[in-house]
Design a protein around this ligand. Structure first.
Ligand SMILES: NC(=O)c1ccc[n+]([C@@H]2O[C@H](COP(=O)([O-])OP(=O)(O)OC[C@H]3O[C@@H](n4cnc5c(N)ncnc54)[C@H](O)[C@@H]3O)[C@@H](O)[C@H]2O)c1
Length: 336
């Protein structure tokens, strides 16, 4: 088992760890009722297994529709009302069982219902395992954009079982690989080379990606500076997602195009070495994250100004000087 200890909670990673959910919960929770928030797909796949594992508990399931549309104010309110109708009380435990959508929504519900309940994350997509379940960011979308309402709210525990990824669609799997390539680029050369060499992903690589995130979150929990490195590729990535109404491109695909644009810009400004662009492009093509012809950055410039990561009116951009060497540089739109 790999354990990553954060100041207030542990992340544990092991194949088959879901089978120990019962014991793990008992170490942090003394009541009998559990409230599992999940989506319909994950419910269909794992309800029976999880009910069996948690048979000592009184388990209540709350299902949302799969997909980003569920990270809405409407679903937020409906889910909270449902929890209240089911008799949830202060100190009861919420379990977020699912991908990043479930994790973000359930985490935000946990942060705000009765001014905060304990919750744990059981991420079931690769993206959620390496990214969204780590770092304490929770939230929902509004009609103006993604994640515009939310809170920093840490779970009590994160259980990562790579076995649950066996049921994941290939494109969803690739989505997580995009974030892992990003983590390799900004903070772990061994991970980067592992993915470049197309070797299988195990708990070790999942842990390496998490550690890249954990290391920057530790020094910058509230996203003021270093945590911005995690947004490498995301400035354009978010614009691409938004322009296409979050439908045409998955997050991982959008940030893959975004990372290539950031590498291209870095080369243009004399920051990034040429070789990286070709290597990374080849990886994204291999993992089916991008297609040629690539997207043109000019088509997304107007949306960049809306990105939350911009401070005042300067565009703060993350560049890669080399593998493990990200830098933040303010750029003018005319540089792009
Ligand atoms: N909080 C953060 O720090 C953070 C970081 C990155 C992304 N996010 C958020 O994460 C969300 C995206 O997460 P995602 O990519 O996991 O998407 P998702 O939650 O929509 O899951 C993708 C699909 O996979 C299905 N699925 C989940 N687990 C499965 C399994 N084990 N087997 C088969 N199917 C399964 C889901 O039903 C869904 O259809 C976005 O809303 C994004 O904003 C948050």
């Amino acid at each position: 088992m790999i354990t990553i200890s954060l100041p207030t909670y542990d992340i544990e990673i092991e194949q088959g760890l879901l089978n120990q959910l019962n014991e793990k919960i008992k170490t942090i929770y003394k009541y009998n009722k559990l409230f599992i928030i999940t989506d319909e797909t994950v419910h269909e796949l794992y309800q029976e297994k999880v009910n069996q594992i948690l048979k000592e508990f009184e388990v209540y399931w709350i299902k949302i529709k799969p997909g980003e549309k569920s990270k809405s104010i409407l679903v937020y309110e409906e889910t909270i009302n449902h929890l209240i109708d089911l008799g949830i009380k202060r100190n009861h435990l919420i379990i977020a069982l699912g991908g990043g959508v479930v994790g973000d929504l359930a985490g935000f519900i946990a942060s705000s219902i009765y001014r905060g309940l304990p919750y744990i994350q059981v991420p079931t997509t690769l993206l959620a395992q390496v990214d969204s379940s780590v770092g304490g960011k929770t939230g929902i979308d509004t009609s103006r954009g993604k994640n515009l309402i939310g809170a920093f709210y840490n779970p009590k525990y994160v259980l990562i079982d790579p076995n649950v990824l066996e049921t994941l669609e290939p494109l969803e799997y690739a989505n997580g690989i995009a974030e892992m390539i990003k983590c390799g680029l900004i903070g772990n050369k061994e991970l980067y080379l592992h993915l470049k060499n197309k070797k299988p992903i195990t708990k070790k690589e999942i842990a390496q990606a998490i550690n890249v995130k954990v290391n920057v979150v530790k020094i910058d929990p509230f996203d003021q500076k270093e945590r911005m490195y995690l947004n490498f590729g995301h400035t354009f990535g978010h614009a691409i997602e938004k322009r296409h109404h979050y439908e045409k491109y998955k997050h991982g695909q959008a940030i893959s195009y975004g990372m290539l644009i950031a590498l291209e810009l870095g080369i243009q400004l004399g920051i990034t070495p040429n070789y990286l662009y070709d290597e990374v492009k080849e990886m994204f093509l291999y993992y089916k994250l991008i297609n040629e012809p690539l997207l043109d950055k000019k088509d997304y410039l107007d949306l960049i100004a809306l990105d939350k990561k911009n401070i005042a009116d300067k565009l703060h951009f993350i560049f890669i000087e080399d593998i493990e060497k990200p830098i933040i540089k303010p750029v003018r739109s005319t540089d792009i």
